[in-house]
Write a protein that binds this ligand. Structure first.
Ligand SMILES: NC(=O)c1ccc[n+]([C@@H]2O[C@H](COP(=O)([O-])OP(=O)(O)OC[C@H]3O[C@@H](n4cnc5c(N)ncnc54)[C@H](O)[C@@H]3O)[C@@H](O)[C@H]2O)c1
Length: 338
């Protein structure tokens, strides 16, 4: 049995705990700063729990999963690395690029093993788009369009510590664009608006955002995000090239209703089923594959599929977008890179 310790049993942590508990050969032990939460989740799963992180690490689990709020990731990664335990940490690796760079250096120095949670790398559509680009099926890729739309905002307390829409939400699109194209972003122009709940503006955040990215081969990408997509949870990536175009995320539950189709081309009945209510249903299979990949990596059976260095690159893009939005001007990655 591989014993996996999991810290933070909130929205995503409880979901990951259930996923880990269901993986063959894995036994999960959960902990949370609110010990009662960990105890209750453990009871509902039939799993074990520890009263705090120290007690969890004292058990010397074979691997550690960090699903606490963003501000605590760096410290918990450090504790796992110092104890010689492979760590999976939810995105982003830390709340600033300065802190993420420290983790990159510490992981290098101590030979640590840390995987970051960008689950789109394990989504069938994103993986297929990457394969199409890789085999040249699209020709010269010139345009990408990524979007992340939440049906309703997360709680106000979450927004206050999330780091803002680019670090919290669009960072998935930034990682996906790098991963699918194999290219780096060289400059961004980003903007946003806050017309929903006042807690967005109070946190200096926006509820709707858009960014234009220029890649190092001069391909262009647009990334949009909103916390108010009442139609349902929507995450897609379109990749266009000189020979072809593909779209990831266009399943029967994508909440997009075509209108006004002329009879000549037929009426599209999509979406076929109820919309995805949240990231949990949309990415369920990707999360399972991601955590299985982490267990394989922790056990030395596979390579790291998403390093802290990858997380740092995505965070640089998010920080460039924050600066661009704040100063209403294009920003090069060189300006934020450390
Ligand atoms: N990959 C994804 O699709 C995805 C989706 C949602 C959230 N996330 C990320 O996961 C992280 C958690 O988000 P969430 O929405 O689950 O948050 P949440 O607020 O719902 O849950 C966080 C949990 O961690 C506990 N906690 C807080 N500080 C702690 C500490 N120092 N030690 C132990 N436990 C602690 C809290 O009591 C709570 O139970 C965030 O960094 C977020 O960016 C990723």
């Amino acid at each position: 049995m591989t014993q996996v310790g999991l810290v933070g049993v909130g929205r995503i942590g409880a979901f990951h705990a259930a996923t880990l508990h269901a993986l063959p050969g894995v036994e999960v032990v959960v902990a949370d700063v609110q010990a009662g939460r960990a105890e209750a989740l453990a009871a509902s799963l039939g799993a074990d729990w520890a009263p705090d992180v120290g007690a969890l690490l004292d058990r010397r689990p074979a691997a550690l999963v960090v699903a606490t709020p963003t501000g605590s990731h760096a410290e918990l990664i450090d504790r796992g690395v110092a104890a010689g335990i492979p760590v999976f940490c939810e995105k982003p690796a830390a709340d600033t690029s300065a802190r993420t760079l420290e983790i990159v250096n510490s992981v290098d120095k101590h030979g640590g093993r840390v995987q970051i949670g960008f689950q789109r790398r394990f989504d069938a559509g994103y993986a297929a788009a990457r394969a199409e680009v890789g085999r040249g099926a699209l020709g010269r890729v010139h345009t990408l369009r990524g979007q992340t739309c939440d049906p309703t905002p997360p709680p106000a307390a979450y927004i206050a510590t999330s780091g803002g829409v680019f670090k919290d939400c669009s960072i998935h699109d930034f990682d996906a664009i790098r991963w699918v194209t194999g290219r780096e972003v060289v400059s961004v122009f980003a903007t946003g608006s806050a017309r929903g709940e006042p807690f967005f503006a109070a946190s200096g955040d926006v509820d709707t955002a858009a960014a234009v990215l220029r890649l190092d081969d001069d391909a262009l990408a647009t990334v949009t995000a909103t916390r108010y997509h009442g139609a349902g949870y929507a995450v897609t990536l379109e990749v266009q090239g000189t020979h072809g175009t593909v779209g990831a995320g266009y399943d029967g539950s994508l909440p997009l209703r075509p209108v006004g189709n002329p009879p000549r081309t037929g009426v599209c009945t999509w979406p076929e089923g109820p919309p995805h209510p949240s990231f949990m249903s949309r990415f369920h299979e990707a999360y399972v594959r991601e955590l299985q990949a982490f267990v394989d990596y922790a056990e030395g059976r596979a390579e790291n599929p998403c390093t802290v260095a990858d997380a740092l690159e995505a965070l640089y893009i998010a920080e460039a977008c924050d600066l661009s939005r704040a100063e209403n001007r294009p920003v090069t990655l060189a300006e934020v890179r450390r």
